[in-house]
Design a protein around this ligand. Structure first.
Ligand SMILES: Nc1ncnc2c1ncn2[C@@H]1O[C@H](COP(=O)(O)OP(=O)(O)OP(=O)(O)O)[C@@H](O)[C@H]1O
Length: 233
């Protein structure tokens, strides 16, 4: 489970996030939506421990800055960053050792196959395209077999085959009872994936919806999003 409680973040006088609370339960996909400047990246950075904030973030009931939480938490940033001097395969070896996870060569090869990285495994980090970096970043996150995973605009820059594979992976994570939070603008890409939607505007969560309720009212998420945010994108 991922639990955000009373999260507030100010940049100088700007209140980027104002007393935001939400939960994504085990085995569910939460999506964070909102127009530009709503505060999504600030929430993501706070959860990932990249900025200081007021309030609390818990991962599997543990404070997000604890070792126990970090061990089971994976984060795929919007802009991937690579080690320039490590090959693709060495990135995976590094993560395996840093997290002390048991991943067999067969499992690793299978993962690389799924994201069409087999023939890229000896390329260096600085020889990769943006999309390839994004795939390496996704595979690094999956290698640790996360219980909670957060993906920031994960589909941007991916080719259609990788988007399709990523959707399958998200579904598999869900079936394995992992908690998933995706921040995105690409409503079309997540329309079959989500369980809980958090709509942000001006630093606050202004709406929270469950897929079952939205489906029962035969609403689509795009219409719902525009209705709540007053047409802003
Ligand atoms: N480093 C910073 N310094 C000052 N203000 C910031 C900083 N980062 C974000 N902000 C401000 O905080 C508010 C929320 O920004 P944030 O980047 O979290 O929004 P967002 O929802 O992720 O937007 P987008 O969809 O454009 O990525 C905005 O008013 C933004 O100008």
């Amino acid at each position: 489970m991922l639990e955000v409680q009373d999260l507030t973040k100010k940049y100088g006088k700007v209140i980027a996030v104002d007393q935001v609370s939400f939960k994504v339960p085990d085995g569910k996909v939460g999506i964070l939506l909102g127009p530009n400047g709503a505060g999504k990246s600030t929430i993501i950075k706070s959860i990932a421990g990249l900025v200081r904030f007021k309030g609390s973030v818990k991962i599997q009931d543990k404070p997000s800055n604890s070792i126990e939480a970090k061990k089971v938490f994976a984060y795929v940033p919007e802009i991937p960053s690579m080690f320039e001097a490590l090959t693709v395969r060495e990135h995976f070896e590094y993560i395996k050792r840093a997290y002390n996870v048991n991943v067999t060569d067969d499992e690793l090869n299978r993962l690389m196959e799924r994201f069409e990285l087999i023939d890229k495994q000896d390329k260096l980090g600085n020889e990769l395209s943006k999309g390839m970096m994004q795939k390496v970043s996704i595979c690094c996150a999956l290698l640790i077999k996360p219980e909670v995973i957060m993906l920031d605009e994960p589909m941007v820059g991916l080719d259609p085959a990788a988007i399709k594979e990523l959707k399958i992976v998200v579904d598999e994570l869900k079936q394995s009872n992992a908690t998933i939070l995706i921040s995105t603008h690409m409503l079309e890409m997540v329309k079959d994936l989500w369980d809980i939607m958090f709509v942000m505007s001006k630093g606050k969560v202004i709406g929270q919806y469950n897929k079952d309720e939205v489906d029962a009212q035969a609403q689509d998420i795009e219409t719902l999003f525009f209705n709540i945010t007053g047409g802003e994108k």
